[in-house]
Structures are given as C-alpha cells and as structure tokens.
Design a protein around this ligand. Structure first.
Ligand code: DGL
Length: 262
C-alpha cells in the first residue's frame, strides 16, 4: 500500500490527488488528529510524531511513504529518509521544483503554517533549484482552523485571506505556493485575492504528480503496490465530527475513518 500521513485530515487533499493520478494503488492513510496541529509545534516534537506515524504505516504494510503534511515534511524529511529503508516522498520537494520552473520573474510567494515558514525549507529548496530567486514567505496560522470549521466562504475568512495576502501582493510575485494541506480548499478565495496574474501551486497536486512519476520509474515496486481489488484505509488518532465532515468534503464522498494510535 502507499502510506500517507498528515497531522490530521487536511492531508486527504494529497491522498485524493494521489487516488486520482494513481488509480488501482490502494492507500493507507494516517491522520494524527489527537496531536494536531503540527504547525505550531517545535521541530523536535514534529520529528518524533512523524517517526511514530511512519512506524504505524509500515505496520500496515506501506511500502512507500508520502509525508502529506507540509509542517511534518519541513521538520522531518531528511531524518525520516535516513532512519527508514522504504522510499519516502513529501509534499514540499515537488512544489519547490515546480515553482522554480514556472516563475517567469523569479519572485515567488510561499504561504504555510508557522512551522513550515520558520523552517525556511521552501527558500532553501527554491534557491538551490534556481539561485537568485526572491522568495517571499508569509505564515497564515488562522487559515487551518477556519478550514476545519468549514468556513470556506464566510466573509470573515475572505477578510483574513485578503489581510494575509496583502504583503505578498505588494511584492510583485508571479507564483504563489499553497504550502499547507488545507489551503487547496481555499483556492477559490486565494486566487482572486492574490490576482489573476499570479500562478498558484497546489502542493497536493505536485505531490501526487511526483508519486505517479516515482511509480513509473520504479516498475518493480509499482507492481507490488498495484492492487485494484484492495480498498484504501483511513485511520485517525481521534474520531471527531469535523474530521468526518472534512474528509467527505475533500473526497466528495463519505469516508470511513477508523480510530488508531500511532
Ligand atoms: N497539515 C499541516 C500542514 O500542511 C496543517 C495543519 C497543522 O498545522 O497541523 O502544514
């Protein structure tokens, strides 16, 4: 199975994108709702949680791991890649590559949680890919709780999105990376407010593309993972009403969530 973990249900935007691009590959998902949010935690704590989430997925026969959480990827990717033998992909690396390629004017905006922005991982990655790029990052800590509350079209959410994007609007960026699992659900507000000339990069879609290309270039592993008869499984460390609602919203169908401890 392809193992995917996130700090909660937001990473299902990544799972959904993988499902669409890699049909026939069953997923095992773990959302660490009991310990969410990761975006406000220290890097040490996020690393510890990420390792226990990975162990959980390996126990459930995952042979490829995808870190679907930007905050977890920003803190724990190299550590997990050293610690485990299975291939570990993430949401940040492919979004970095895409941003470096598509920006025309070399001015790229990044929005994410405090942990992701503080890590500086997007700046470092983009400047490695394309030296001299100007990366303007901005944390948007209120957006995750707004999405979790289902406030996707409320006036208050529009106002907060506008306010967060203001510093980026004045810096002539032509590309904006949505560096958090929850932001794809706010694309309809972010797009018009950042301006039509700014291209949005959805890190969940980029992650799904990278999984597809990984499978295409690793046919032996791909054939072990391919099993159209097997159903995907979704585990969470706490069962909440919001989790059910958000999961159904992301997948466009009800999702059965099972409680488990990592
Ligand atoms: N999944 C997290 C991310 O992508 C957002 C939620 C959290 O802070 O845990 O950064």
């Amino acid at each position: 199975m392809i193992g995917i973990f996130d700090s909660g249900v937001g990473g299902m935007t990544v799972a959904r994108a993988i499902e669409q691009r890699c049909p026939g590959y069953p997923l095992v998902y773990f959302g660490d709702i009991a310990r969410t949010p990761y975006g406000s935690k220290s890097s040490e704590t996020i690393k510890k949680y990420s390792a226990s989430n990975t162990d959980f997925l390996l126990e459930h026969r995952a042979k490829l791991i995808v870190i679907a959480c930007n905050s977890a990827a920003s803190a724990a990717l190299p550590t997990l890649q050293k610690q485990y033998k299975v291939p570990i992909l993430d949401v940040i690396t492919p979004a970095v590559k895409r941003a470096a390629i598509i920006s025309k004017n070399g001015r790229i905006g990044i929005i994410g949680t405090r942990a992701t922005i503080k890590s500086g991982i997007y700046e470092q990655g983009i400047n490695q890919e394309r030296p001299g790029t100007r990366v303007i990052s901005h944390p948007c800590p209120l957006l995750v709780p707004l999405v979790e509350e289902g406030w996707l079209g409320k006036q208050e959410t529009k106002m907060i999105v506008r306010r967060y994007l203001h510093p980026l609007r004045t810096r002539q960026i032509d590309t904006l990376v949505l560096g958090c699992t929850h932001y794809p659900l706010l694309k309809h507000l972010i797009g018009p407010r950042i301006g039509r000339r700014v291209q949005l990069i959805d890190s969940s879609i980029e992650a799904a593309r990278s999984v597809r290309s990984f499978l295409d270039t690793h046919p032996d592993l791909a054939s072990q993972l391919h099993d159209p008869e097997k159903e995907s499984r979704f585990f969470v460390s706490d069962l909440t009403e919001t989790a059910h609602q958000l999961a159904a919203k992301i997948f466009g169908r009800p999702i059965t969530l099972k409680k488990a401890n990592a």
